[in-house]
Ligand binder design. Structure first.
Ligand code: F6R
Length: 610
């Protein structure tokens, strides 16, 4: 999704900004642009496509700008065109601005400005901000930004430059992350919506909070609260780990990340259990065992794939730790009046740690006094900073827009957390040790699934002609099949609806015929006989059946048209091999259908708008 990067300092700002924008590319975007000040003039370059094209356009000009701000845009208001791409500038081409977020009252403000003679060139909400600042500008950029902020409703992270002040970037934020980094020698300062874009530099970093405004100069960074009072901000030392994204010989990031899972699961659990004590151990878990023993109920909040992982975790927490657990989609939770008691623990799950709805839900929960445990993959992300305690996935950067390895790592980490909670309650040491031993076997079982990728490709050849699918599963396989259906939808643009299999006869069965295949996730032993009956009902209506089932499920031979055999596991961990099989199925269908797997249409990696 949208990304901001700005630079002032001794290096060439244009080139540093281009490198910064490349670091933000993985978030998903449709257009990119850079503005800078060169010999007293404001220059802007944009492309309604990738940063590489922008680079081809600007590098030959060899401009040593004094300052530059850049942006990658993921369209919300207006199509992904050149005119709608950021940076936006005012009518006099004197100031330029980049923006993440959504301005809710932009239409009213646009009308107001039009009545005062201001002309607009784009369909964006962002242009309202730049025109408003320009309208208020009287030789003082900070003052104009403050005046504009008072009128703007919605979420924003902005960086603004003006041709009269070629040594200054003014930045501000509300409900959208923005951070500033500078080196100890004070020879350069950077601003970005994501500190991981700071290019492997060792920097002092400060994170802006709501309504704060910063004046960034090479030698100093001054921050003001919403009343314009100068404030001291806590500074963090930040070493941005720089790992150039690489496909390691795989055709797509998605495939690479699917194949990484035996390793990422190992990393997620390594050093986090004790077989001797049959329990889990977490570094940096800042809740005491007394706090966690007192938890009476858990509420899990997340979006998308992370939400589906949350549902599997909820089933584990209820079954193994006997703790009442609910899940809520973060975008719904934030508008409820949630019931949070002294004993409620909130678990917020987010791969990126930047999902706007999840962050807003966390803030809402905290405002009600809840304790929040974050489950996150990205260090220094907003979730990690705002949770009371955080468990990291350690899965390494997930570049593919389709989340794969983060999902299985979320479940691995939450399985261990469940074990910890269960051991604080009724679970015996022996039960704990068996749980750990079963979990430790998972990486090896995933390798067995991955070895069968060519077989999955053949199945995908057969099933790629269908435009609609039903995905069915029961108990732990219910949310596993929803995740597999989500993967198929987002990567191959094929419609796939997931259901708990017993629900089929309550309506969806009306759709079944020979054109609607069923992907049946049969690895839940507890409900195995039940799903067989559900599949017989589907077969009687002519639906083709592809089963994902553990070896030994011989009864399926008489029911399913095709079976992808999986290694056998206990019920709670069957999610791992079944998920990897679902990921491979979605990947190969997408590949056969020729979709752009690394850039699926309309999607962004990090969803930073509401
Ligand atoms: C699906 C996918 C999305 C994300 C969702 C939440 O493949 O990637 O559904 O899971 O946008 O993202 P995070 O986990 O970063 O909060």
């Amino acid at each position: 999704m949208c990304g901001i990067f700005g630079y002032i300092g001794e290096k060439n700002p244009l080139q540093v900004c281009l490198r910064g924008l490349k670091q933000l590319e993985y978030r998903g975007y449709d257009s990119a642009g850079i503005s800078g000040i060169f010999e007293g003039r404001l220059l802007t370059f944009k492309e309604a496509s990738k940063v590489n094209y922008l680079e081809d356009k600007v590098i030959p000009k060899d401009l040593k700008m004094e300052i530059a701000i850049g942006h990658t845009r993921w369209a919300t208001h207006g199509k992904p065109t050149l005119l709608n791409a950021h940076p936006h500038s005012d009518g006099k081409n004197s100031l330029a601005l980049v923006h993440n977020g959504v301005i809710e009252n932009y239409e009213t403000l646009k009308e107001m400005l039009k009545n005062k003679g201001v002309t607009f060139n784009s369909d964006t909400d962002t242009e309202v901000i730049v025109q408003l600042i320009s309208f208020f500008y009287k030789q003082d950029l900070k003052k104009a930004v403050f005046r504009a902020l008072k009128l703007l409703k919605g979420s924003l992270a902005i960086a603004v430059i003006h041709k009269d002040t070629p040594d200054l970037i003014v930045a501000a934020c509300r409900e959208s992350p923005l951070c500033i980094g500078y080196n100890e020698e004070k020879t350069e300062a950077l601003v970005s919506s994501d500190p991981n874009a700071f290019l492997g530099k060792s920097l002092q970093v400060l994170f802006l909070k709501n309504e704060e405004v910063a004046c960034i100069r090479r030698k100093e960074v001054l921050v003001y609260d919403k009343n314009g009072k100068k404030i001291e901000k806590p500074i963090e030392k930040f070493d941005a780990e720089y790992e150039a994204p690489s496909k390691d010989g795989f055709e797509h990031f998605m495939l690479k990340e699917i194949f990484e899972q035996p390793l990422t699961i190992q990393k997620a659990i390594l050093g986090r259990y004790s077989e001797d004590f049959g329990t889990a151990e977490f570094e940096n878990l800042s809740f005491s065992s007394k706090d966690l023993a007192a938890v009476s109920n858990v509420l899990i909040i997340a979006c998308g794939t992370s939400f589906l992982a949350g549902n599997i975790a909820a089933a584990l927490l209820e079954e193994k730790a006997r703790i009442p657990t609910h899940t809520e989609i973060a975008s719904e939770f934030r508008y409820k009046n949630p019931i949070i008691t002294k004993g409620t623990l909130i678990i917020a799950i987010s791969q990126s740690g930047e999902t706007a709805d999840t962050i807003a839900a966390v803030r809402e929960a905290k405002a009600k006094g809840a304790k929040v445990l974050g489950i996150c993959n990205v260090k220094n992300s907003t979730l990690t900073r705002e949770s009371d305690s955080c468990l990291f996935l350690k899965a390494g950067p997930e570049i593919s827009v389709c989340s794969t390895k983060a999902f299985t790592s979320q479940i691995a980490v939450l399985s261990l957390f469940t074990l910890y909670m269960a051991r604080l309650r009724h679970y015996s040491k022996e039960e704990g040790t068996t749980f750990i031993q079963d979990l430790k076997k998972i990486p090896q079982k995933l390798k067995q699934v991955l070895d069968k990728a060519p077989e999955m490709r053949q199945l995908a050849e057969k099933y790629s002609k269908y435009e609609n699918f039903f995905f069915l599963g029961r108990r732990y396989m219910h949310f596993t099949c929803l995740e597999a259906a989500l993967k198929l939808k987002e990567i191959s643009y094929v419609n796939a609806n997931g259901y708990p299999a017993g629900e089929l006869k309550h309506g969806p069965i009306a759709l079944l015929d020979e054109n609607l295949p069923i992907a049946a996730f049969c690895a839940n032993k507890q409900t195995y006989e039940k799903i067989l009956t559900n599949l017989l009902e589907a077969k009687a209506r002519g639906a083709p059946i592809l089963a994902f089932a553990p070896v030994g499920s011989e009864e399926l031979l008489a029911i399913a048209d095709d079976i992808f055999w999986l290694p056998s596991t206990c019920d709670e961990f069957a999610v791992f091999p079944s998920t990897v099989a679902g990921q491979l199925f979605a990947y190969y269908i997408a590949k056969i259908r020729g979709t752009d797997i690394d850039q699926p249409r309309n999607l962004a990696k990090s969803v930073t708008v509401e």
